[in-house]
Design a protein around this ligand. Structure first.
Ligand code: NAD
Ligand code: GLY
Length: 369
């Protein structure tokens, strides 16, 4: 089964979702590279690298090089970017050549940033291999790296030429990573699509299974396709986050990024931080009278059922607030938050007080979330 989703940005590109995609020819229109460089990490490249390189070689009839970056958020920084520039310069990479990002969001964000900036832009394609990357980070052209003062502080909007998704790669993805990816999946239901949220509630038994069964693939395909469609629609309506509509994709992320920053990206997976962040934002919306307690519970029940519960390490509230001040959603010195009003509807607001943020955060510390 093939699903194609168009992302109507400038330029428009296609998300190609197809099981066993790596067994086929992968061609991106209008690109005739003299050479290709696959960016990946040693784990992912060890499993899929040679297969992808062979497919690319037979599709484009040109040499396929590779550039590996150690996995983990702590390597998503300017040092790794500098190594990548050195390698591309050694390869004499040209503007007509092609970069391919094979991996999770760390590789996709970093490779995309290198592609955006090397020679003022070389074409790149995303081949996402984590659930999070398949449903979120590979689509929409947000590229970048972290700075000690904040996550993703350095970056560029730079759209890939295509996104190739093979859901079957989720078979080798560690269970905790697959679970963490489900946080972004739940996010789409809450921000934009009540029917999709209900679909997730109905498919909990499949989604929480430790090992994916053959009969589960239609559900995973549907999850990936629906998330990609929602993201593509939001991105097309506000490609560079100018009107503010795209910011709804950051539901749970203001708290989540701050949790990641103060724990130095070492104890929480991104999706786990986002799940905790969605709970905090939901509770804050409820305390502000924007959202019903009943729907807050409903969302938390789905997160619980998907085992998206983490014990947050002790966090110093002032440190979390400081981290939030470096958030990209600070405008004119004011922090903006994405807060739900109903399942399927959120608003972006700065109409709250520091104490509202602290109260929501303290409520998380009282329970395992
Ligand atoms: P990740 O990239 O760190 O990958 C997680 C781990 O899974 C890595 O160790 C990797 O080696 C391994 N792995 C990946 N695919 C595998 C597979 N199929 N089989 C076996 N192992 C595999 O984590 P992530 O959750 O994919 O990405 C998190 C990053 O994404 C964060 O840096 C976050 O900021 C970013 N992000 C970006 C956007 C965006 O729009 N650009 C959106 C959301 C998140
Ligand atoms: N992940 C948020 C965005 O792409 O805008």
């Amino acid at each position: 089964m093939v699903t194609l989703v168009a992302v109507r940005t400038k330029p428009t590109y296609t998300i190609h979702i197809e099981p066993a995609l790596f067994d086929q020819t992968m061609l991106t229109p209008a690109i005739k590279p003299r050479q290709i460089c696959i960016f990946s990490d040693p784990t992912v490249f060890g499993i899929y690298g040679s297969k992808l390189a062979a497919v690319l070689q037979s599709s484009y009839h040109c040499p396929v090089e590779s550039h590996l970056i150690e996995s983990g958020e702590t390597n998503k920084n300017l040092v790794s970017v500098a190594y990548a520039y050195n390698h591309l310069a050694d390869l004499r990479f040209e503007r007509g050549d092609l970069m391919v990002a094979l991996g999770g969001g760390v590789i996709g964000d970093l490779a995309g940033f290198v592609a955006a900036t090397y020679l003022r832009g070389v074409p790149y394609v995303q081949v996402p291999t984590t659930l999070l990357a398949q449903v979120d980070s590979s689509v929409g052209g947000k590229t970048g790296v972290d700075h000690p003062l904040g996550k993703n502080l350095i970056g560029a909007f730079y759209q890939p030429r295509a996104v190739w998704i093979d859901p079957h790669v989720l078979r080798t993805l560690p269970l905790n990573q697959r679970r963490a990816g489900l946080a972004e999946v739940v996010k789409y239901g809450v921000i934009a699509d009540q029917a999709f949220f209900e679909f997730l509630e109905n498919q909990v038994a499949v989604l929480r299974r430790d090992v994916i069964r053959d009969e589960d693939w239609p559900v995973w395909n549907e999850v990936i396709a629906r998330c990609c469609q929602i993201k593509a629609d939001v991105v097309a309506s506000d490609e560079k986050e100018i009107t503010g509509h795209r910011a709804i994709l950051n539901f749970g992320h203001t708290f989540g990024h701050a949790f990641e920053t103060v724990t130095r990206y070492s104890s929480l997976l991104h999706g786990e931080a986002v799940a905790a962040g969605m709970r905090a934002a939901g509770r804050m919306a409820c305390a502000l009278g924007l959202w019903s307690a009943q729907e807050v519970d409903r969302v938390e029940q789905l997160l619980d059922a998907l085992e998206l519960k983490v014990a947050l390490p002790p966090l110093e509230p002032s440190a979390v607030l400081d981290a939030m001040r470096s958030d990209k959603k600070v405008r004119a010195g004011k922090l903006h938050m994405v807060l739900p009003q109903a399942i399927g509807k959120v608003c972006v607001t700065s109409d709250f007080k520091k104490e509202d943020v602290l109260t929501a955060m303290r409520s998380l510390a009282e329970t395992k979330v």
